[in-house]
Design a protein around this ligand. Structure first.
Ligand code: CAA
Length: 241
């Protein structure tokens, strides 16, 4: 049995690709999901990866859920904070609800999850925390003041925690995907995708979830012990920071 890995939002999209890639790497993987029971059940049936339902924006739910996973599988050694949502709107139309929903899932969720595995990682002197940020947290994005704020926040969180984890054998890193071929893209109007977004991507295509998963696997591996506080951009050349 390999290391125990926990992937939030791990039953669909980029998260599902990460969960299966970690499993292929030899990890025992658990995945969380927020709402879609049917998709989660199908994912478990297909992959054998256990899925657990809770809202990462709720601290107590994270505490209880992680305790359950640790009872089932053992201590979490690798945490991938992947769960994320968009609530796009130009700022003059953005509602407080759209703002808070993004903050709760994408930023508070990262705190809630990481805080509940951090003590154990410190005690065992090993841990890998990889958080999925976004190109839009690096460069900003029209209609994403909420989402970009959370994704930029994830980077500051990571750089700070990397300094705290270093002496305890815990690395903390970011993968910042560009536009990836997942369900999340379906909210983007076709005209915006074709006329605005695709022309900005030098490789001329969307990325694939498996391409993000490979980057996460590297940062989660034992080999990456000297890499911490870093942001690995995987965006087809769209933004070079
Ligand atoms: N870049 C530049 N202009 C954009 C744009 C973008 N990404 N998205 C929309 N616009 C423009 C539209 O073309 C339109 O322009 P015109 O008025 O000249 O036609 C204008 O903004 C739309 O303004 P509205 O006030 O009518 O906007 P709306 O209230 O109808 O909202 C929208 C529409 C929610 C902004 C919708 O266009 C949209 O979802 N756009 C995509 C935004 C985007 O790129 N989100 C990224 C999602 S991917 C992701 O988040 C994953 C990741 O990490 C990379």
């Amino acid at each position: 049995m390999g290391r125990v890995a926990l992937v939030t939002g791990g039953s669909r999209g980029i998260g599902a690709a990460i969960a299966t890639a970690l499993q292929d790497m030899g990890c025992t993987v658990a995945a969380t999901y927020a709402g879609n029971d049917e998709k989660a059940a199908a994912f478990t049936a297909e992959t054998g990866i256990k899925t657990y339902k809770w809202d990462v924006g709720n601290y107590e739910a994270c505490q209880a859920g992680i305790a359950q996973i640790e009872a089932d599988l053992g201590p979490v050694e690798i945490l991938v904070n992947n769960a994320g949502i968009t609530r796009d709107a130009p700022f003059h139309k953005m509602t407080p609800q759209q703002w808070h929903e993004c903050i709760d899932t994408n930023l508070n969720g990262v705190f809630n999850m990481t805080h509940n595995v951090w003590g154990g990682m410190r005690e065992r002197k090993f841990g890998r925390v990889v958080t999925i940020s976004s190109i839009n947290g690096q460069k900003g994005q029209f209609a994403q003041a909420n989402y970009a704020a959370t994704k930029a926040g994830d980077i500051g969180f990571t750089k700070s925690l990397a300094q705290e984890g270093a002496r305890a054998g815990i690395t903390v890193n970011i993968v910042a995907p560009g536009y990836i071929n997942t369900e999340m893209m379906s909210t983007i109007p076709e005209k915006v995708m074709n006329d605005v977004i695709l022309p900005q991507i030098p490789v001329g295509r969307l990325g694939e979830a498996s391409e993000i998963a490979r980057a996460v696997c590297f940062l989660a591996s034992d080999d990456a012990g000297f890499v911490t506080g870093s942001t690995l951009s995987a965006n087809g050349g769209q933004y070079m920071s």
